[in-house]
Design a protein around this ligand. Structure first.
Ligand code: ME8
Length: 663
């Protein structure tokens, strides 16, 4: 236990406000929350910051599209982000917005320090600029696409203030050498070192082509480059110029995705060094969650949203999956199948089952009170040893941010306890004194193991671990438990069990996936004839909250809105069922100019064979999306009939040409 509550400051990235969180953002924020809970249980005084990155040309454009001022647009989006983190139970201790006045002042102050120390000069810059990533792309030629996001670059010439990044090559390399843990994991560290060894060019840190940004005092129309602005948010959140008063700076840990590691490990420490401010202790760049081997993006139609998963399986299940299935630092593929499989095997059949079995046996045999163990047999001692050893191993892995390993260790212990119960068979023992005593020993041992498991799994499964904890009759707040004091053997006999609660009800995989996907579709394509959401092209997430954040629109739409929907006569060429999806048919449809694959939720009402040759109305300009892993490129129009919403396909009573447009 650190003396006098040592401080620990960690951050997630400050996310862009032109989209809403998908599973990738949720991942970083969940990891931050796990570390926060863990560090608190190790006695630290922890502050975790997240927030919203609200300036730049993307926001300018998105607000224009939504027809509202930028300030209103970002206020709504920031609120939507904050609300979602609250809803998911992962609110920040400090939520910083880059439009907050305290942040604006901090950015201006940092610039002043860099300038006073001789690291800022005025110059001109012409380059290829990616408006989506807010970055000039060095070495790109006009007409090139952005190497990161693949979208077209724009040629931009500006009068800029430059930051003398080139002066920091040596200081940075020395710093990396002296602080080998600064960049994690090691592969990323090597990557950055060779990048810096390759030479650093000065960096333009102001813009005159953008209006929506923090003004450079006395130098209007210069506004700050978004990365100079956004990175500084970490410092603004904990006091800005008065950071010493609060005592959380330098940050102990910046958690980021690998996409933004260079900004955090090259630019950010250089800005701070130039201003003679302390540099953060560590930047940890995790990998990406991929969907079908590609980074998620709304335009590709492959984003995974957190809310539908949480509604179906609970937040703990999502947290567990995110941390258990992928080695922290590496890329991982997201699949609903893997998610639900893990849920059923590890949570419902694993922890949930062990807890409910143990509680039910104690209830039945010991009137709901933790029994007093009798003489121990070797197998009881083996179990105790395993649990005790697991404590050290799990803490060590949490310290290294090896979450998957930590969880693996906890679940190995759960499996050992399961086996132990099965072989000891306390339910088969009779009522003689010896058998009662044996029963008591076995059940105390299992309950004690559950107590240890609930403490160790709390950072990852805060709700469920707390349920197990109170089931075992423990009344103190589990989040305040001091991990350094966790030892085998402290479960007090005689403690009455708490109320039994279902932890993880088993789910039918196919049904669960269908429900999650249906909720996600609804969130991504809200049913109202409304908001071509306020979110612009690079948005990478679900739009329902974005829609909520959009300005109120009239229920009536103009003809130009209707004209946006391109509907054509299509002819169904093939139709087949999709394995594992009761409601969906996979169709190929001739739309005149091409044959499209389209999934339709009509399998319960139409036999596939009956559809071949049928002419239907098709929305052909809908963004492609995946349904049960099958790409659907368009939508078949159907009436929704009766309370159950039975689909009835549109038809034509006269001869129509395939491909004819519906107007
Ligand atoms: O880059 N897998 O914001 P952003 C894992 N505003 N993590 C992912 C992910 C995925 N598929 N997609 C996103 C910005 N992330 C800047 C940051 S910080 C001073 C400014 C996570 O909204 C990951 O943490 O694009 C990534 O670095 C971050 O979201 C990017 O968020």
């Amino acid at each position: 236990m650190p003396e006098k509550r040592e401080k620990f400051y960690l951050t997630t990235p400050i996310y862009y406000t032109n989209g809403l969180p998908h599973i990738g953002h949720t991942y970083t924020t969940v990891v931050a929350d796990v570390i926060r809970r863990y560090k608190r249980m190790r006695g630290y005084d922890v502050v975790m910051t997240t927030g919203t990155d609200e300036h730049g040309v993307n926001v300018e454009r998105a607000a224009k599209k939504a027809g509202i001022p930028e300030s209103e647009f970002v206020a709504k989006m920031a609120e939507a982000w904050r609300a979602l983190w609250d809803e998911l139970g992962i609110p920040a201790d400090e939520f910083i917005r880059t439009t907050d006045l305290k942040h604006v002042r901090t950015v201006q102050w940092l610039f002043k320090l860099c300038r006073e120390n001789g690291y800022v000069y005025k110059g001109h810059y012409t380059g290829q600029y990616c408006i989506y990533d807010n970055a000039f792309v060095n070495d790109a030629k006009p007409g090139d696409n952005c190497p990161d996001c693949g979208r077209p670059l724009e040629t931009v010439t500006e009068e800029n203030y430059f930051f003398k990044l080139s002066s920091f090559q040596k200081s940075l390399l020395d710093f990396y050498k002296k602080n080998p843990d600064f960049i994690q994991p090691d592969t990323r560290r090597n990557e950055i070192i060779s990048f810096v060894e390759g030479g650093l060019k000065d960096l333009s840190i102001t813009r005159t082509t953008i209006r929506w940004g923090i003004p450079v005092p006395g130098e209007e129309p210069h506004v700050f480059y978004v990365w100079f602005d956004a990175l500084t948010a970490y410092l603004s959140a904990v006091g800005g110029p008065e950071y010493e008063k609060r005592g959380y700076w330098p940050a102990d840990l910046h958690l980021v995705g690998k996409d933004i590691i260079r900004f955090h490990t090259v630019y950010w420490p250089a800005f701070l060094m130039a201003a003679m401010l302390p540099v953060p202790k560590q930047v940890w760049a995790h990998g990406w969650f991929l969907m079908d081997a590609a980074k998620m993006s709304k335009s590709k139609g492959n984003v995974v949203l957190p809310r539908p998963i949480v509604n179906m399986l609970g937040m703990d299940a999502l947290r567990y999956f995110l941390l258990r299935d992928v080695v922290f630092g590496q890329d991982g593929n997201f699949s609903y199948d893997a998610l639900v499989t893990r849920y059923n095997s590890d949570l419902a059949n694993g922890l949930g089952n062990l807890a409910s079995r143990t509680a039910a046996l104690i209830e039945k045999n010991f009137a709901g009170k933790i029994p007093k163990p009798g003489t121990l047999k070797p197998q009881d001692e083996v179990l105790a040893k395993e649990a005790q050893a697991a404590i050290g191993e799990v803490l060590e892995n949490f310290d290294k941010l090896s979450f998957a390993r930590a969880l693996e260790t906890i679940w190995t212990v759960i499996a050992v306890a399961d086996k132990y119960l099965t072989s000891e068979q306390p339910w088969a023992l009779g009522n003689s004194e010896a058998e009662q005593s044996r029963k008591a020993t076995v059940l105390w041992t299992t309950a004690e193991l559950l107590r240890i498991v609930s403490v160790l799994s709390f950072p990852v499964l805060p709700d469920s671990a707390a349920k197990v904890w109170s089931l075992l009759g423990q009344s103190d707040a589990l989040g305040k438990f001091e991990l350094d004091g966790l030892r085998w053997g402290h479960l007090v006999p005689g403690t009455p069990l708490g109320k039994s609660q279902t932890l993880f009800p088993r789910v039918d995989k196919t049904e669960a996936i269908e429900r999650i996907e249906a909720m996600a579709n609804e969130e991504l394509n809200p049913p109202k004839a409304a908001p071509a959401p306020a979110v612009s092209a690079p948005a990478t997430t679900g739009a329902s909250a974005a829609a909520a954040a959009a300005p109120a629109v009239s229920d009536k739409i103009g003809i130009e809105d209707f004209a946006k929907v391109e509907m054509r006569v299509g002819q169904i060429k093939t139709a087949e069922r999709i394995v594992g999806a009761d409601k969906l048919l996979k169709l190929t449809v001739d739309i005149g100019t091409e044959i499209r694959q389209i999934c339709a939720g009509i399998a319960q009402y139409y036999e596939p064979e009956s559809l071949i040759g049928r002419k239907v109305a098709v929305v052909v300009n809908l963004a492609p999306r995946k349904l049960r892993g099958v790409e659907s490129n368009g939508m078949i129009v159907a009436a929704s009939v009766g309370p159950e919403g039975r689909p009835v396909l549109t038809g034509f009573h006269e001869e129509v040409e395939v491909g004819a447009r519906l107007k």
